[in-house]
Design a protein around this ligand. Structure first.
Ligand code: GLP
Length: 375
């Protein structure tokens, strides 16, 4: 199988399971660094999908820790919270290791002799030049810029890191630890099931999805991060204007723009009431282009993905992104729509989120991947 976006979504469940099995060795370095210093609270700083992954993991991280964990975009950190975050164990995340905003923060921290850890998917990225404290979080060599495997493995890594820290500090009991590990394992299986059903759904609603012109994604709690990531993916690949909302926020105004040509996606997983389902049914009164991932037995309408395993809400982001990732990957390929508008290159030249050597670094990743394939 060609190592395109679909390939990385396809292998995500298996790689997450492998990473779960080797969780002790995978997280050892960062846990040792954390336990060897005297700061309790953690600050995670990232952008794009890496930021969304940190948001998605946060409810789990807070549940399994006795300290505070903040998640900040690079701009929030630089412009607003830098002083306040000084006394936290700082983790900068960049899958590519080539985001200029992350590098700017690293330079600033180095100047002030403030310690930090870089969590990255690319040990050879430009950011690696600015620190000795670098951890690869188990994504391996994802060669596509529209990251999917990197998103899911990052959420899982953050969860595993907090579990190991809590376990070693004896703040999490053996029982709690084992339960969480087995729930994560179930979620990896649900990722595979969600993806399988996403493929069927895309087949069934093929014309609908090919014509999708504007979309609203609705999710709550940890899955607000999933719809934020889904919106990012839809926009950078399908180039469809997409907004994301919490369910109650959605019906506080954004729903007033709805017309029959809107596509609306709902995540109804880990919920304890029927409220989101009611909002989904009400939305169907305006547009038939409604889709839902649910772990509850409602009415099994067309356009639904049913997950036969009820997991705590904070675990579900490990599988819910698969629907959005697959639509982004597959429908964009079918429409041959990965190319941006000709004017985009002008914009990218004027202002880029990545370092100048990004293209060369991505090319090297691709060559490495081909070498690995040829043994
Ligand atoms: N187009 C991709 C985005 O899909 C991704 O979210 C981001 C992650 O940034 P980083 O490599 O810093 O994690 O990189 C690029 O901009």
């Amino acid at each position: 199988m060609e190592k395109d976006m679909e390939y990385y979504i396809q292998v995500s469940g298996r790689i997450m399971k492998d990473n779960l099995d080797k969780r002790k060795s995978l997280t050892k370095k960062i846990c040792d660094w954390y336990l060897d210093q005297d700061k309790e609270d953690i600050c995670l700083i990232a952008s794009g999908s890496s930021l969304n992954a940190a948001y998605a993991a946060r409810p789990f991280l807070l549940k399994y820790s006795k300290f505070d964990i903040s998640v900040l975009s690079t701009v929030e950190y630089l412009d607003v919270y830098r002083e306040r975050e000084k006394n936290r164990f700082t983790i900068l995340i960049s899958q590519s290791g080539c985001s200029t905003n992350i590098i700017e923060i690293m330079r600033g921290l180095n100047k002030e002799h403030q310690p930090f850890v870089l969590l990255t998917g690319n040990e050879n990225g430009s950011a690696s030049r600015y620190t000795d404290h670098l951890v690869e979080y188990g994504v391996g060599n994802e060669t596509i810029d529209y990251v999917t495997l990197g998103y899911s493995t990052l959420i899982e890594f953050l969860m595993l890191m907090i579990l190991e820290i809590g376990f070693q500090k004896r703040e999490i009991s053996d029982q709690e630890y084992e339960t969480a590990v087995s729930q994560i394992r179930n979620a990896c299986e649900m990722q595979e099931l969600c993806l399988m059903q996403a493929k069927e759904l895309v087949q069934k609603r093929y014309q609908d999805l090919l014509c999708m012109g504007k979309a609203i994604l609705v999710g709550d709690g940890a899955n607000l991060a999933t719809v934020r990531e889904g919106a990012l993916k839809f926009q950078e690949t399908l180039k469809v204007p997409t907004v994301y909302y919490e369910s109650e926020e959605f019906i506080h105004g954004p729903d007033m723009q709805l017309t029959p040509d809107y596509s609306v996606f709902f995540i109804d997983c880990g919920k304890t009431s029927d409220r989101l389902y009611d909002i989904y049914k009400a939305t169907l009164l305006i547009t038939e282009h409604c889709y839902m991932i649910t772990d509850q037995v409602h009415d099994k309408r067309d356009g639904q993905i049913w997950i036969p395993c009820r997991l705590p809400a904070e675990i579900t982001p490990l599988y819910t992104a698969a629907l959005f990732q697959y639509i982004a990957a597959h429908v964009t390929k079918e429409k041959n729509n990965f190319t941006c508008h000709p004017l985009f290159s002008r914009m990218e030249q004027a202002v880029s989120p990545k370092t100048e050597d990004y293209d060369r670094i991505m090319k090297e990743k691709l060559e490495r991947s081909r070498r690995e394939e040829n043994g």
